[in-house]
Ligand binder design. Structure first.
Ligand SMILES: Nc1ncnc2c1ncn2[C@@H]1O[C@H](COP(=O)(O)OP(=O)(O)OP(=O)(O)O)[C@@H](O)[C@H]1O
Length: 247
């Protein structure tokens, strides 16, 4: 299983936001897509989710091309958006049942996993609750529970720690690490590097729609002329300066 993005160009209404983007995620890798506001992180994710049509290039998962096999491709990935998207008329239990149906999961196995996750995120006594009763963080946890029961090969997580309390953030870090140890692929975006550093094996810096550099934390720092003791946030300062210089 490998996610391959080859020479991807795309964006909105004929406007190329992503330009010739190449990225590969191998089993067991957690890749952090970082970049300034407007660099193209969400647009890249929309392409991986099949919500935007590429102008050029290919996206494949284990050889399955997204444009040729959209349903099979999407069945192998689970997406956790930054802003939770829940069905107002469905209870927490019904969200889990719907995920089981959509991903054609074995119900007993999936519910066993769901029960563990519900306990971890302290939602186990809230199965009959509707989204209107949940706080922002609770909604985020419902999305996490649904994503982690799918056993999907690729997890795409947008700003994973937004809205989570510190205890839940630790639990999520553990779950992401377990997923990669289990050979899953993870792609996440984040602006808060201190939170994701312990889960990420490779960073990819997106600048103006292109991957400018990818590699380990130290490799990225070296690329920008920083020492390993320098704060990672200095990269944002450099990217921001470049943006001003390039108009
Ligand atoms: N629906 C849209 N229609 C047209 N242009 C868009 C649309 N959404 C985003 N863009 C443009 O695409 C570019 C990349 O935006 P994108 O949302 O991918 O950035 P991002 O890296 O995710 O930023 P952020 O960190 O702020 O979430 C920006 O120039 C933005 O103005």
């Amino acid at each position: 299983m490998t996610l391959k993005i080859k020479n991807l160009s795309g964006g909105y209404h004929g406007v190329a936001v992503i330009k010739n983007l190449n990225l590969e995620i191998k089993p067991g890798e957690a890749v952090g897509l970082i970049g300034l506001n407007g660099a193209g992180k969400s647009t890249t994710i929309k392409h991986i989710l099949g919500l935007l049509r590429p102008q050029k290039g290919l996206i494949s998962l284990n050889g399955l091309e997204l444009t040729k096999n959209p349903d099979k491709f999407k069945q192998q990935l689970a997406y956790i958006p930054e802003v939770p998207v829940l069905y107002p008329e469905l209870t927490l239990k019904e969200h889990i049942d719907l995920t089981i149906l959509a991903y054609e999961l074995n119900s007993d196995k999936a519910w066993k996993k769901a029960d563990e996750l519900l306990k971890i995120f302290r939602l186990d006594n809230k199965l009959d609750w509707l989204p209107i009763h949940f706080s922002k963080g609770m909604k985020q946890k419902v999305m996490l529970v649904c994503a982690f029961i799918t056993d999907a090969e690729l997890l795409v997580i947008d700003e994973p720690f937004t809205g989570l309390d510190p205890l839940s953030a630790v639990s999520l870090t553990k779950l992401i690490n377990e997923a990669t140890q289990d050979g899953k692929m993870v792609l996440m975006t984040s602006h808060v590097l201190s939170e994701v550093q312990t889960t990420i094996s490779k960073f990819a810096v997106l600048n103006n729609g292109c991957i400018e550099v990818s590699g380990s934390l130290d490799e990225i720092k070296r690329y920008y002329g920083l020492s390993s003791s320098d704060s990672f946030d200095k990269i944002y300062e450099i990217l921001s300066r470049e943006q001003v210089q390039n108009g």
